[in-house]
Design a protein around this ligand. Structure first.
Ligand code: ARG
Length: 470
């Protein structure tokens, strides 16, 4: 069956059919297309295109089709797209009544409605998955509270930090990611039904009623905009891209940390892979794939952005190219989130090795300079003096804390015995006692706040998302 063809004498060329068809991928929209068709049928009932008896028949056929869609037995038969497939079933099962459903709609407003529903639902799902990831991060940060590690800049040892502080940095990134997905959900939350092909329809469809039926908060304001734009897809993909950049950084750190050169973590065997030739290997392929998939998801964003740019209003078939990119990005992001949750929750942290590394590489040199500032030196001078002292220690192969007081005094007479306390690992941490700093008391407070936030948010998410699929 075709939804068009009256004005054609010739059959469609086979190549053209397979080139233009979208059923192979838009069948994923089936549950949404059925919901949209149900709202449309009710609206047609309201404006008298379907009489009450016809409407009842359509609704019960849609019940059956929904059941089949859920069971995976919906009878697709190589139609052009999912909208045609649904239509065909209505016509086959209901005859002339089924054929009435096409009034007052176009696949252009239909596909926009389907996609918007999918994105509202999936944004909610991703927020839930992010909630699980944040929960694991908090659990690990609570479990290892007190563990010290080197913080890096340029991947060079910089200053000691708490492992929990490092983990909470990711918590903040993922917290913002949830906000981006909630924003993406709001972008999608407009009902385009009633826009028809582009100009609106000639039947008085109750647009707000249809929106309510489907769980949309608002209706689109302009029929041409409603069928022409997919900026809400870009908003969603943008959230995916940023999330993937965060996940890939975490993946990268896990790759580095489980290398013996760092030795900061040990992967659970169930989350590592081996080598076909080197029997000793235990490789972090999962983290590497997460890292790599960030590029793939960015590719999807770029592809859709390019589909949209310079398209003349309104609908153009180019818009069909949004779907495979969107679906692939969505699947990759979900897969990455799920596997990262598990990998992180089974990761073993080698806190002994981290602590050892935290004391190497002169990570207390800033604290030495700050000490000298407290003794009255301008920071520029203090920095230079501390640099000299690092140099002396480097030549002797010792740390700043091992250099005798006389040696300090030769370089800077202001140094006193209390220096050693000031540059101890514990003090370096404790001294960063301000909001956002790594002092243990601040990190404990940040942990408590993060947990409170997550618990409150999760309650909202539970109440706020309709139709949540696992
Ligand atoms: N499959 C199309 C899409 O994904 C929807 C159908 C609209 N097609 C059309 N020729 N107006 O955008």
């Amino acid at each position: 069956m075709k939804l068009w063809g009256g004005r054609f004498d010739k059959e469609t060329n086979e190549l053209v059919f397979s080139f233009t068809q979208s059923l192979s991928f838009d069948r994923r929209l089936l549950p949404y297309d059925l919901r949209v068709t149900r709202a449309h049928a009710r609206a047609l009932g309201e404006c008298g295109v379907l009489d009450p008896e016809e409407l009842q028949k359509v609704l019960s056929t849609l019940d059956a089709l929904e059941e089949e869609a859920e069971q995976g037995t919906f009878p697709f038969a190589g139609e052009e797209d999912v909208h045609t497939a649904v239509e065909r079933q209505l016509v086959e099962r209901l005859g002339a009544t089924g054929a009435k459903l096409r009034a007052a709609r176009s696949r252009n407003d239909q596909v926009a409605a389907d996609l918007r529903l999918l994105l509202m639902e999936e944004s909610g799902n991703l927020v839930q998955l992010l909630g699980r990831l944040m929960e694991v991060i908090l659990e690990r940060a609570e479990e290892y509270l007190g563990a010290v590690m080197p913080g890096f800049t340029h991947l060079q040892p910089a200053q000691p930090v708490l492992l929990s502080h490092h983990l909470l940095a990711y918590f903040e990134m993922f917290r913002r990611d949830t906000e981006r997905f909630l924003q993406a959900r709001r972008s999608a939350d407009y009902c385009p039904l009633g826009s028809g092909a582009l100009a609106g329809v000639t039947f008085p469809l109750p647009r707000r009623y249809m929106a309510d039926e489907l769980g949309f908060s608002r209706v689109t304001a302009n029929s041409m905009d409603a069928v022409a734009d997919r900026d809400f897809v870009l908003d969603f993909l943008h959230a995916c891209v940023v999330l993937m950049s965060h996940l890939s950084r975490l993946g990268e750190e896990i790759v580095l940390w489980c290398s013996p050169a760092f030795g900061f973590v040990v992967l659970d065997e169930a989350f590592a892979t081996g080598s076909s030739i080197m029997p000793q290997k235990m490789n972090p392929d999962v983290a590497e794939l997460v890292r790599a998939k960030a590029g793939r998801v960015l590719g999807s964003y770029v592809a859709v952005a390019h589909v949209l740019k310079a398209l003349p209003l309104t609908y153009n078939r180019d818009l069909q190219e949004d779907k495979e990119n969107l679906f692939d990005a969505l699947d990759q992001v979900k897969g990455c989130l799920r596997v990262t949750v598990e990998m992180l929750s089974t990761l073993e942290f080698r806190t002994d090795r981290m602590r050892e590394a935290a004391g190497e590489g002169f990570t207390n040199a800033t604290d030495l300079a700050d000490y000298l500032v407290r003794k009255g030196l301008p920071f520029l001078r203090a920095h230079e003096v501390a640099g000299r002292l690092v140099r002396i220690c480097l030549e002797r192969g010792i740390g700043l804390e091992e250099l005798p007081l006389e040696e300090y005094r030769k370089v800077e007479p202001a140094v006193e015995e209390d220096l050693y306390e000031a540059i101890s690992l514990e003090k370096c941490l404790k001294a960063r006692d301000l909001e956002g700093g790594t002092a243990p008391s601040r990190v404990e407070q940040a942990l408590r706040e993060a947990r409170d936030w997550l618990e409150k948010e999760r309650e909202k998410w539970m109440g706020g998302f309709l139709h949540l699929a696992p």
